[in-house]
Design a protein around this ligand. Structure first.
Ligand code: NAD
Length: 475
C-alpha cells in the first residue's frame, strides 16, 4: 500500500479536504499514484504554534527519554523497511535495493542520534576565584524549520528530524512534494513511537511560499535546508536578515583524481558504479573525473564497459542497476549538458540521448575530450553523466579540482601514501574519499565548505547546529 498522504500538525494527520493539492507521479510509468494536500496559511500558523507549545515541554524532557523514542523509531524503521522502500521506489524511481539500503541506513542514523543525544555535554571552566563557579550548558535552540529534497527522501529528512528532536528542539518539516511517502512514513513512525504532539509537524505546498512564511516567523529559530546552492543562498540570506541559525547542505561537483600509480581497473569499475547510484542524483556523486595521462586510456575503456553493463529499468524490476531520473527537469538538464558538450567538441562515448520509452529515463553517459569551460565541468550535473578529462601532474590536478566554488565531496585514487596525504591536505572539500567511498555514515560528519554549505550532519558534531552555548557564572 502506498503511504497515505496528509499534513501532520500537532499530532494529527490532516486530510486535504478543501485544500489545494498536487499529483504525485511514478517517474518510471508517469502514472499518478496519489494526491498530496497543500497546507494553507492557517495550517502553517497552527504548525508554528504547535511546535512552539511542544518546545516548552520537549526541551525539559531528559535526554534518556528522547533517546528512548529515537531508538523505538530505529526499530520500527527496520521492521517496515520493505514497505517504506517500495514506496520510495514508486515515487522517486531508484532501484528497490537502493531504496532498502537508504531506509536501513536511516535506522542507523536514528540509533546514532539516540546514543549521541545523551552526550550533549557542557563544561566547567576554571574560575579566577575559588568562590566562583563557571559553567557552560548547551540548550536546544528552539523551533526549527527544515526543507528536504527528493533524491534521498527518507535519509535527508531523518538526519534533520533526529538531530533536532535529539537536541530537544521541535520541528516543522517541508519535505519533497514529488516524493512524499518517506516523509509521511517518518511522521507515522514517530507518532506511533509516542513522540509528544507538536514536536514534529509536516507541511506541504509551494516551497518558496512555505519557506518564506516559516523563516520569517519570529517563533522559528533555526533553518536547515538540503538542496541546490542557488536556493540555499536565498534561504540563508532570508534567515540571515532575521538573525537565524542555518545548516545548509548544498550541491557539489565532486572532483575525482585518478593517478597513474592507482589500481586503475578497480577505480574505474568502482567509480562507474558509484556514478549511476540513484541515477547520479547524489550531492556527493563523483562528477568531474581527472585521470592522469598514463592511466587515461585504460580507465576510460573500463569505465565505459562498466556503464554499458548497467541495466536501466523501472526500479521495481529485478536486477535493475539504475532507475529513471526523478523528474522531467532532470531529463531536460541532462540533454542540455550533452548538447553543450557536443558543441565544444566533447566525444560522447556512451549514452547521450533520453531513452525512447515511457518514463523519465536517461542512460548512463560518458563524455570525454571536454574543455574545463564546458557546462558539464562547471555545473553540478545531478544525473548519470560522467565527463572524463586528462591531467599531467599532481599540482595541475589539485588546481583544476579546486577551481570551482563548490567544496563538498572529493575522491583520490593513488598507490602512493605521499600523494594521498598531499592531496587530502590541499583539496578544498568537506569530505575526501581516498581509494574507496566511505562517507555519509551516521558516526562521521557530512557537510561542505565554500558554496557547498554551512555546518555538518552526523558525527559527534551532529547537534552543534541545534544547540546554543549558555555561560553561567555563579558566586
Ligand atoms: P530546486 O533547486 O528547485 O529544488 C531543490 C530542492 O529545494 C527541492 O527539494 C525543492 O522543493 C526545494 N526548494 C526549491 N525552492 C525552495 C524554496 N524557495 N524554499 C524551500 N525549498 C525550496 O531544483 P530541483 O529541480 O528540485 O533540483 C535540481 C537541483 O537541486 C539539482 O541540480 C541539485 O543541485 C539540487 N539538489 C541537491 C540536493 C542535495 O542533496 N544537495 C538534492 C536535491 C536537489
Amino acid at each position: 500500500m502506498y503511504e497515505k498522504l496528509s499534513l501532520y500538525i500537532d499530532g494529527e494527520f490532516i486530510d486535504g479536504g478543501p485544500r489545494s493539492s498536487q499529483n504525485v507521479l511514478n517517474p518510471s510509468t508517469l502514472e499518478t499514484i496519489a494526491h498530496l494536500p497543500h497546507a494553507d496559511e492557517v495550517d502553517l500558523d497552527r504548525a508554528i504554534a504547535a511546535a512552539h507549545r511542544a518546545f516548552e515541554s520537549w526541551r525539559q524532557t531528559s535526554a534518556m527519554d528522547r533517546a528512548t523514542i529515537l531508538r523505538n523509531v530505529g526499530a520500527r524503521i527496520r521492521d517496515e523497511v520493505d514497505v517504506i522502500a517500495r514506496n520510495i521506489t514508486l515515487d522517486q524511481g531508484k532501484p528497490l535495493a537502493e531504496a532498502k539500503a537508504e531506509v536501513l541506513a536511516c535506522a542507523d542514523h536514528v540509533d546514532w542520534h539516540a546514543e549521541e543525544c545523551r552526550r550533549i555535554y557542557g563544561r566547567v571552566i576554571p574560575a579566577r576565584h575559588s568562590s566562583i563557579r563557571q559553567i557552560v550548558v548547551h540548550e536546544p535552540v528552539g523551533v526549527c524549520a527544515a526543507f528536504t529534497p527528493w533524491n534521498f527522501p527518507f535519509n535527508q529528512a531523518i538526519r534533520k528530524v533526529a538531530a533536532a528532536l535529539g537536541a530537544g528542539c521541535t520541528l516543522i518539516l517541508k519535505g519533497p512534494e514529488e516524493s512524499p511517502s518517506a516523509i509521511m512514513a517518518i511522521a507515522r513512525l514517530f507518532h506511533d513511537a509516542g513522540l509528544p504532539k507538536g514536536c514534529l509537524n509536516i507541511v506541504w505546498g509551494k516551497p518558496a511560499e512555505i519557506s518564506h512564511r516559516l523563516i520569517t516567523s519570529p517563533i522559528v529559530r533555526k533553518i536547515s535546508f538540503t538542496g541546490s546552492v542557488e536556493v540555499g543562498k536565498q534561504l540563508a540570506a532570508l534567515a540571515g536578515s532575521h538573525m537565524k541559525r542555518v545548516t545548509m547542505e548544498l550541491g557539489g561537483h565532486a572532483p575525482v583524481l585518478v593517478f597513474d600509480d592507482s589500481d586503475v581497473p578497480r577505480a574505474a569499475k568502482m567509480l562507474a558504479k558509484l556514478k549511476v547510484l540513484n541515477a547520479g542524483q547524489v550531492c556527493v556523486s563523483p562528477t568531474r573525473f581527472f585521470v592522469q595521462e598514463g592511466a587515461y586510456d585504460e580507465f576510460v575503456s573500463i569505465f565505459r564497459d562498466t556503464l554499458a553493463s548497467v541495466k536501466v529499468d523501472d526500479g521495481l524490476q529485478a536486477n535493475v542497476n539504475m532507475g529513471p531520473v526523478a523528474n522531467e527537469r532532470r531529463v531536460a538538464a541532462m540533454s542540455a549538458f550533452v548538447e553543450d558538450a557536443r558543441r565544444l567538441g566533447g566525444k560522447v562515448l556512451f549514452g547521450g540521448e533520453p531513452l525512447q520509452r515511457t518514463g523519465h529515463f536517461f542512460p548512463p553517459t560518458l563524455i570525454t575530450d571536454l574543455p574545463d569551460s564546458a557546462k558539464l565541468m562547471r555545473e553540478e550535473p545531478f544525473g548519470p553523466i560522467a565527463p572524463i578529462v586528462r591531467f599531467k601532474d599532481v599540482d595541475e590536478g589539485i588546481r583544476r579540482a579546486n577551481s570551482l566554488p563548490f567544496g563538498l565531496a572529493s575522491y583520490v585514487f593513488t598507490g602512493s601514501l605521499h600523494t594521498a596525504t598531499y592531496v587530502s591536505n590541499a583539496i578544498e572539500a568537506g569530505m575526501v574519499n581516498i581509494n574507496h567511498f566511505g562517507i555519509s555514515l551516521p558516526e562521521t560528519p557530512f557537510g561542505g565548505i565554500k558554496d557547498s554549505g554551512i555546518g555538518v550532519e552526523g558525527g559527534s558534531e551532529t547537534f552543534d547546529g541545534y544547540v546554543s552555548a549558555k555561560f553561567i557564572t555563579q558566586r
